[in-house]
Design a protein around this ligand. Sequence first.
Ligand code: ADP
Length: 244
Amino acid sequence: MSLISLSHVSKTYPNGHQALVDVSLAVDPGEVLAIIGPSGCGKSTLLRTVNGLEPVDAGSIVVNGREVTSGATKLKDVRSDVGMVFQSYDLFPHLTVMENLLLAPKVVQGADQAEARERALGLLERVGLRAKADARPRELSGGQKQRVAIVRALMMQPRALLLDEITASLDPEIVREVLDVVVGLARDGMTMLVVTHEMSFARAVADRVAFMDAGRIVELAPPEEFFAAPRTERAQRFLNQLVF
Ligand code: ADP
């Protein structure tokens, strides 16, 4: 059974722009789906609909058996199932790394503090940042902040992660350290929807690639197939424009 499924989802912004057009998609547990396509094609909107950050006009979205698009579903429950990491890390600057990590489990889940702290230390260890538990965000590099943001999402023990261009604001030489964390999560079986401009990363980590154009998924294929022989003219043009 799919962990995430979208069925005929459409979304038009109040300004009249149709960002998603009849999108259907099913993601299996443990699957990593890379979502790629030209700027403005709806990638970020698609991710945001999956955890209820963006309401849809038509269609339904079910995550872990819960219908996100039903008014009866508590978004708090959806967001415990699905963590999200953004391009901007949005850590609270006045709080330490540990305080940033303990905030949501405490406020949203009412988690036991000692247990949450242990979990935080274990996750920080895993991303190579245990020694930074008491540091403040300004003392960290961009790559370190983004790794903390990933840990913050993992603190909620989500069933799936949505990653929205998480390396886009990083210097090229530190992109690798963040991508390595994502590769590790993929190996451990985390289900992920990954919006990325890093084609080599999509190729390496994704089980399937969804290529979007003008609000639609126009190709959905394993990376080796998609990158070697894109079927649509639009995808061929997109790939030809990229500098590898
Ligand atoms: P991508 O992530 O592929 O760059 P987005 O999902 O961010 O694309 O945006 C898809 C389209 O919807 C773009 O044309 C964008 O300008 C528009 N859009 C995104 N967010 C909003 C919004 N809050 N209000 C109006 N239009 C929006």
